[in-house]
Ligand binder design. Structure first.
Ligand code: MUC
Ligand code: MG
Length: 375
């Protein structure tokens, strides 16, 4: 059955606590959800998230919706969802950039194609290799004492033993002291990484990385601006601690460039920044071929968007740094009837049809900015 309609909703969901990044503090997280329906009424659902409007990346929730409604949906309606490769290839010829919008549409079409066949979406990407994957938590309350309490509690609950610290805002030296205090408090029970979200220049990076390396920090994420591949290459050559590219690795071409010039020795995958599930697999293949370590990244999606990422990450052989698919745990509420499960320091890959979640339409309606038009 072919695709009959494509509907896009922007939702604002509250978080359990403020989440502080270099460019924005999240208290309400905005997600964009798409519902693709076939002529029999079977639905495919997907989600992408953005952080802080236009402050983190170029794709804003409003632009994602407008560009799908106006430019992408007409290219998708009337098509057979199982031909998602051809559909997205045709979209690529007519629509430049717009990776988040393309990721959202491809994912919803894949969910529909899988549901039409009553199979999990990961079967359309080679099948799952992992039943679950390690999952980090970001300590980003902005307070050392609270972060230590949170880390100890999650270790006790066997929820997380990898913690990422957002240190792109404030005085770099104080931030290093904050990280080392947390490392000292958790000791060998947990791995600690830091994400600078592009906030340092090379001098600041050279002033801070030696202490972090010495203190046992296990990975440094996007210390320099996304454009500064040469600087990232110098850091990767100079330090033992892995240097991970996130905002600097947003297309297969960029990842190839990073691999060729060693502008970092590891890559954060994100379905939205790659432009979809297919592009995520291609990115992973480039990284694998070049011997770069992989990290299963998040844009802090809720259950649905996390299920999208988990489904494709499950088909990728190795995540040297695990994943950070903790998004659902930061949200106060869910738009899924049964959410993603977390067990024994890992996120469990959902096994039902499509991305494995049943959508709670009332919740979508409740949190949607476009109240009226959810049919
Ligand atoms: C990012 O840059 O990695 C992922 C985890 C988190 O706390 O923020 C996001 C964005
Ligand atoms: Mg990052």
């Amino acid at each position: 059955m072919n695709i009959h309609s494509v509907d896009v909703y922007i939702l604002d969901l509250p978080t359990v606590r403020p989440h502080q990044l270099a460019m924005h503090t999240i208290t309400e997280q905005t997600i964009v959800v798409a519902c693709v329906r076939d002529e029999d009424g079977v639905e495919g659902w997907a989600e992408v998230a953005t952080i802080g409007g236009a402050s983190y990346g170029e794709s804003t929730p409003e632009a994602i919706k407008v560009n799908i409604d106006r430019y992408i949906a007409p290219l998708v309606i009337g098509r057979n969802p199982i031909r998602f490769g051809k559909i997205m290839n045709d979209v690529a010829k007519q629509v430049r950039g717009n990776h988040f919008a393309k990721a959202l549409v491809e994912s919803a079409v894949v969910d529909l194609a899988a549901r039409q066949r009553s199979i999990p979406a990961y079967e359309l990407f080679g099948g799952k290799i992992h039943d679950s994957l390690p999952v980090a938590w970001t300590l980003a309350s902005g307070d050392t004492g609270k972060d230590i309490e949170e880390a100890k509690e999650f270790l006790r609950q066997k929820r997380h033993n990898i913690f990422k610290l957002k240190i792109g805002i404030g005085d770099p030296k104080k931030n290093v002291a904050h990280v080392l205090a947390i490392k000292q408090a958790v000791g060998d029970k947990a791995r600690l990484t830091v994400d600078i979200n592009q906030a340092w220049d090379e001098d600041t990076a050279n002033a801070c990385i030696p202490a972090l390396e010495e203190g046992g920090i296990s990975m440094i994420e996007q210390p320099l601006p996304a454009w500064n591949h040469e600087g990232m290459a110098r850091l990767a050559a100079r330090y033992r601690v892995p240097i991970l590219a996130d905002e600097g690795a947003t297309s297969i071409q960029e990842v190839f460039h990073i691999a060729k010039h060693r502008a970092g020795n590891s890559i954060a995958l994100k379905v939205c920044k790659a432009g979809g599930l297919t592009a995520t697999k291609q990115t992973a293949a480039i990284a694998e071929g070049a011997g770069l370590g992989l990290y299963g990244g998040t844009m802090i999606e809720s259950d649905l968007g996390t299920a999208v990422c988990a489904s494709v990450y499950a088909t990728i052989p190795e995540f040297k740094f695990g994943t950070e698919l903790f998004g659902p745990l930061l949200f106060k509420d869910s738009i899924a009837v049964d959410g993603i499960r977390f067990e024994n320091f890992e996120v469990v890959i959902p096994d039902g049809s499509g991305f494995g979640l049943e959508i709670d339409r009332e919740k979508v309606k409740h949190y949607s900015r476009e109240k009226g038009d959810l049919t």
